[in-house]
Design a protein around this ligand. Structure first.
Ligand code: FAD
Length: 307
């Protein structure tokens, strides 16, 4: 992993860094670029705007690593409230929900997270939409895939995420390329040790393409989450090679990243889904965006210096 990226992800755990970043006026600019706002109303306004451009959305109510059962319950209630509004405002055809299991109790008890995820998926079914389980740190991958497998017994449409920086991902892609599966493939946004992760960007890209091939060769619905200007044309070529028709796979990008490319692909008939985070707990999400791209960090530091 790029040393600057490792440094930022490691620093993200420090309370001092958290105080500086969350207290800095410069944070506002980064927040506005990557986050839809604090409330469900803010998020739904963004869904409506993106839908006008032919884009689909997956909504993330920000929050992760809850420390007690009450916090986990609040996260579940936030998801249920979101689903309710999506449905009542006729937006559930355009938007689904991304769920972090650590927000609904995975760090406390796997059974609690499973029960909570059941409640969210049951509500999503009522609202005629879907749920995708975000993938988080390496030590939660097995538990997340176990919860995913359990949920899929009732709802085959529950989505999983694979991170191509992990060496295990090719095997996981084979296991998940099943009929009706929905699998988001991304590079991975967390710090992961050399033993379990590919050492550099090139290996991560190669692993991405191998997993993409596996998913495209299978019977599921692959969701290619990347902004990489080299990978996207390659994926389009692979899609063609496997004889996949538009609508049997999709591209996904983050809110605020390459919006012109999102619209360009949609205008060419591709299904493009934008990951839209909203809420107050933006710190972890923002630190991962800063770590991904030195230019984002420079943008943040420049605004800090100009105050
Ligand atoms: P990179 O090689 O990182 O970037 C390629 C190019 O994309 C860059 O040169 C730049 O032009 C642009 N770009 C990339 N990131 C940014 C940025 N932050 N700001 C501005 N420009 C940027 N990771 C997980 O670990 N778990 C998940 O569940 C997860 N879900 C995701 C869902 C979606 C829809 C997306 C798009 C990403 C998700 N990620 C997740 C993050 C992902 O793993 C990567 O960290 C992130 O997408 C950057 O990788 P990249 O493929 O865009 O390629």
């Amino acid at each position: 992993m790029n040393p600057l990226r490792s440094l930022i992800l490691a620093a993200a755990g420090s309370d001092t860094v958290r105080r500086v970043v969350t207290g800095a006026p410069a944070t506002r600019g980064v927040v506005d670029r990557f986050i839809a706002g604090e409330t469900v109303t803010d998020a739904l306004a963004v869904v409506t705007r993106l839908a006008e451009d032919g884009l689909y959305v997956t909504l993330d109510h920000l929050g992760e690593h809850t420390e007690d059962v009450q916090q986990a319950e609040e996260a579940v209630q936030a998801c249920l409230g979101l689903l309710d509004r999506l449905h009542s405002e006729g937006l559930s055809v355009r938007a689904e929900v991304s769920l972090k299991l650590s927000a609904i109790g995975l760090g406390l008890d796997e059974k609690l997270a499973l029960d909570n995820a059941y409640r969210v998926c049951a509500a999503a079914e009522q609202c005629a939409t879907t749920v995708t389980l975000d993938m988080e740190e390496y030590d939660s991958v097995d538990a997340t895939l176990r919860v995913h497998a359990e949920l899929r017994r009732t709802w085959p449409w529950v989505g999983a995420v694979l991170q191509s920086y992990l060496k295990r991902t090719e095997a996981d892609a084979v296991a998940l390329a099943q009929p009706d599966s929905r699998v988001r493939l991304c590079k991975g946004a967390y710090a992961a040790g050399a033993g379990v992760a590919h050492p550099g960007g090139h290996e991560v890209d190669l692993s991405y393409v191998r997993a993409a091939n596996t998913l495209l060769a299978g019977d599921g619905y692959p969701m290619f989450a990347t902004h990489d200007p080299r990978l996207i044309p390659l994926l389009r070529e692979r899609v063609h090679w496997y004889g996949r028709k538009q609508g049997t796979y999709e591209y996904q990008m983050l809110y605020g990243v390459r919006p012109d490319e999102q619209r360009r692909l949609a205008a060419e008939g591709e299904t493009v889904r934008v990951y839209v985070p909203f809420g107050r707990n933006s710190y972890g999400y923002l630190m991962r965006r800063l770590a991904e791209r030195p230019a984002n960090l420079a943008f943040f530091l420049r605004s800090l210096a100009s105050r």
